[in-house]
Ligand binder design. Structure first.
Ligand code: URA
Length: 425
């Protein structure tokens, strides 16, 4: 087998055989195929696609590149959620303890943010003392005591994907449905969860800009999960405007605490409950009542146990930014658009996100929204507050927000789209 014939085959729109896929994924992981050769193949896949058989085999080869975790010793059924990433998407924070409070075990291996979408681990690291890096024994112990754990994936889980994702990130080959589906599902299947709910984001702040692409990604991932014995469903959810009223690490933790205390923005609460119901049904607990677990404080109790078990102080004050800058509404009327991508880029430029994997993030940086599409606004009243520790970043954040919102006269009819657009599975 040689890599040039594999690259040529995909370049010429041929189907790759099982043997070619197994060989190239393994050889790349071992370093026998060079980065420049794998980037040529990734670009050929992005341009010419892969069929379902090729995607399934590619996913299986990435799973086989590393370890598989096993939670079958736990007394509770396991349920996990994966979001394809969006702006203000803090849902894992209230969701994991909520589903744990309803009787499932939630082993959530999460990532850090790259580009305009935030990462769950970066958000939780704004809590003083909280640790993302746990051994397998520590992970099982937190799952046992709190019912949920959110931590970084170890190096042994799908190492082929770890290497390939870093390469795709710098070669313009992230936006390929076969590569995204196999990347996400190889990690989730190797993680060993019994059931999985996928939150596939659609809109300006998401990878998938159209419903048609989101549907294809969702059905590809649901098929991969089901074929590997993981009960998998997907919700397609809107990402044209940020979720909730904050984008940024500590700002999003604060908003998640509001949800766990029984309040919080309606879209965050609605999506958290919709995903919780799907996870509980997939885990075989269809009669659990997640709305009650939010209202009666049991989800908050699970959160406090999880944070403390991972070294965090659930009562410590969260960091606040040294500098704030207010953006005011340009006119009186109704806000009709507030673009998710622009808010994500602004939060990133303020210091909430990173441009390279090794960059640090500012815990307190981000954007706070004082209105969402459909809300009344008054000329000169605060529309957004920018938070940062480094005020010289404010002008470039303001640039990102140019043209990011529209208002219309107050009597203009406006109907906000539903949070959940479709279900696949
Ligand atoms: N998240 C992943 O884990 N992989 C991708 O390819 C895209 C998003």
């Amino acid at each position: 087998m040689d890599v040039i014939s594999v690259i040529r085959a995909k370049r010429d729109r041929e189907e790759l055989s099982d043997g070619q896929i197994d060989w190239v994924v393994d050889a790349y992981t071992r370093g026998a195929v060079a980065d420049e050769q794998m980037s040529a193949l990734a670009m050929a896949i992005l341009l010419n696609g892969m069929n379902r058989r090729e995607i399934a085999r590619w996913t299986a080869a990435m799973i086989a590149s590393g370890d598989r975790m096993d939670f079958s010793s736990l007394p509770r059924p396991t349920a996990d959620k994966h979001s394809t990433g969006g702006v203000g998407d803090k849902i894992t924070l209230p969701l994991a303890p909520l589903v744990a409070a309803c009787g499932a075990a939630v082993p959530q291996l999460s990532g850090r943010g790259l580009g305009h979408t935030g990462g769950t681990l970066d958000k939780l690291e704004s809590i003083p003392g909280w640790r993302a890096g746990l051994s397998t024994a520590e992970m099982l112990s937190v799952l046992g005591s709190a019912g949920c754990v959110v931590c970084a994936a170890g190096d042994g889980l799908a190492p082929a994907d770890r290497k390939l994702y870093a390469l795709r990130d710098v070669t313009g080959t992230v936006e390929s449905i076969p590569l995204i589906a196999s990347s996400i599902m190889s990690k989730k299947i190797a993680e060993g969860t019994g059931s999985l709910v996928l939150d596939v984001k659609v809109g300006s702040g998401a990878f998938m800009k159209t419903l048609a692409d989101a549907r294809e990604l969702a059905s590809t991932m649901v098929g991969l999960g089901t074929d590997h014995g993981v009960r998998t469903v997907a919700l397609l959810t809107g990402m044209d405007t940020p979720l909730g009223r904050t984008a940024g690490n500590a700002l999003e933790v604060r908003e998640s605490l509001d949800v766990l205390a029984g309040g919080g923005p309606a879209d965050v609460v609605d999506l958290t409950l919709a995903l919780a119901r799907e996870m509980l049904a997939a885990a075989g607990l269809p009669d659990a009542d997640p709305a009650r677990a939010l209202a009666d404080g049991s989800a908050m109790d699970a959160w406090r146990r999880m944070i403390a078990a991972q070294g965090g102080d659930p009562d410590a004050p969260l960091p606040t930014a040294r500098e704030r800058h207010t953006v005011t509404a340009p006119a009186t009327g109704v806000l009709t658009r507030l673009d998710a991508y622009a808010v994500g880029v602004a939060a990133w430029r303020l210091g909430a996100g990173r441009a390279r994997k090794e960059d640090p993030v500012q815990a307190a940086a981000g954007v706070e929204l004082h209105a969402k599409p459909g809300d009344r606004v008054t000329e000169g009243a605060p529309l957004l507050t920018l938070h940062t520790d480094t005020p010289d970043r404010i002008p470039s954040a303001l640039d990102a927000l140019t043209g990011a919102y529209d208002t219309a006269p107050a009597d203009t009819p406006f109907t906000a789209p539903p949070v959940v657009l479709e279900r696949v599975g």
